[in-house]
Design a protein around this ligand. Structure first.
Ligand code: PHE
Length: 448
């Protein structure tokens, strides 16, 4: 091993870092978008149930693998393997997760770059640079390359500094900022005309839609993306948790924060859409559904901010900074997966590994940018709809079928002596062995 390993210096440090990874564009953009296109509160309800009943157990499996292995995803999974065949399988699963994280970062960085460019727009307007303000929000090759590079630079800058000085320190700075911005924006939007109609749409479930297969598939996919599962990220973050900590409660707290912030983001975005409608902006697509996807974030909401006059400049700035910060605390976790692998398995120096891998991923981003129309969706689909569920399922299979039950219990007992007598130990092993793999497989097959 090249260097001594980093470790989160405190409980709070881990919670903020892991919540930082979990809370990202998936929560603030993906969740409200999915809610809008899947019948409002019915989706919220299903999401909450699935997040705790399926995503949390799978999340625990990944954290546990990492803390047991005290190493990158490949090494950790191999430590639990008994035969050569299992070790090879461990390599495939661990390395697959690392590739998945890299692919996600390659397209996530582009979208995060757009968020940053939209945050720059109000500033350029304020100082009277009208042409520049138009340029930063128009689709264009140079704009896309520039802002993606800037975002990747920030990600590399943090990860080069390691676990405590990089991930933990910056998560501690950025997460409170993000939560404060979110809270201020919600309070402000609630005071505007139309917000209560949005609140109604958000919180009144259309129960007839709850059991629709499409809704279940979307909700589970969203929950897995949001908890960063199947990407080696939670394995590596788990490996930086001290053996003194109670993993069961830490995992539950991170899940709770993740779900709560998604819920809060919905509380901002859906009412904001209805405020926009009250101001005359069209918020329904031709087929009668609420506008979702990129047009929601890059067309409807900016039009709303514009209609607010001078204050709209500040609101728009705060909103897109919120998005950028949320994206950054997620992107650093995506880069940490491959970097930890290069450092621990190939004896690379951390700084060098971070820069080299960061640049390689940026090169993939450039290829995507050059073929934006078809590659962005393609890479996103391959990584999140295929890669993540398959790897997450295989991690559950590792914990449920390959790892010895006694050894699982021993690992859980660190920081939680009495775990054997808790309801968690009565349910979770069984869940990870049967229910999680089956549910993930079912949803996956259905989505094909
Ligand atoms: N969970 C992050 C989000 O919701 C995305 C992510 C996926 C982060 C995979 C790390 C790994 O935006």
């Amino acid at each position: 091993m090249a260097t001594s390993r980093g470790e989160f210096s405190s409980r709070l440090g881990f919670i903020l870092a892991a919540a930082g990874s979990a809370v990202g564009l998936g929560n603030i953009w993906g969740f409200p978008t999915q809610t809008a296109s899947n019948g409002g509160a019915a989706f919220v309800l299903v999401y909450l149930v699935l997040a705790f009943c399926l995503a949390y157990p799978a999340f625990m499996a990944e954290l546990l693998i990492g803390r047991f292995g005290q190493a990158n995803a490949v090494t950790s999974l191999q430590k639990m393997s008994h035969s050569l065949l299992q070790k090879r399988f461990a390599f495939l699963v661990g390395f697959g997760g690392i590739i998945c994280a890299a692919l996600i970062l390659s397209f996530y960085g582009i979208i995060a770059g757009w968020m940053m460019s939209y945050a720059v727009e109000p500033v350029t307007k304020l100082v009277g640079l009208t042409d520049a303000s138009q340029w930063v929000i128009s689709q264009g090759l140079v704009r896309n390359l520039l802002f993606t590079a800037l975002f990747m630079f920030l990600t590399i800058f943090i990860i080069r500094r390691g676990v405590e000085q990089g991930i933990e320190k910056w998560s501690k700075r950025l997460m409170p900022l993000m939560i404060a911005l979110l809270a201020i924006l919600i309070i402000y939007v609630m005071t505007l005309d139309g917000a209560s109609a949005g609140l109604q749409a958000y919180l009144n479930p259309d129960l007839s839609r709850v059991f629709k297969p499409d809704l279940l598939v979307s909700a589970l996919g969203q929950a897995f993306f949001s908890l960063s599962l199947g990407t080696s990220v939670m394995i590596i973050y788990g490996s930086y948790i001290s053996k003194k900590e109670n993993l069961v409660s830490l995992g539950a707290q991170v899940t709770l924060i993740d779900v709560s912030i998604a819920f809060l983001a919905g509380l901002l975005i859906i009412p904001a859409m209805y405020v926009a409608q009250a101001q005359g902006v069209a918020i329904y697509a031709d087929d009668g559904s609420l506008i979702a996807g990129p047009s929601m974030v890059f067309a409807v909401l900016p039009t709303l901010f514009e209609g607010m006059g001078a204050i709209g400049l500040f609101v728009g700035f705060a909103f897109f900074i919120l998005m950028s910060v949320a994206a950054l605390t997620s992107s650093i976790s995506m880069l940490e997966g491959p970097v930890s692998y290069a450092v621990e398995r190939h004896n690379m120096q951390r700084e060098k590994a971070t820069t080299v891998i960061g640049i390689l991923i940026f090169v993939i981003s450039v290829v995507i940018i050059l073929n934006l129309d078809f590659m962005l969706d393609l890479v996103a689909m391959v990584a999140t709809e295929y890669g993540q569920p398959i790897i997450a399922m295989l991690c559950c299979i590792f914990v449920g079928w390959i790892w010895h039950r006694n050894s699982v219990l021993d690992e859980l007992k660190h920081g939680n002596e009495a775990v054997e007598h808790t309801i968690f130990w009565k349910i979770w092993p069984w869940y990870t062995k049967f229910i999680c793999p089956l549910a993930i497989a079912t949803v996956f097959i259905h989505s094909l």
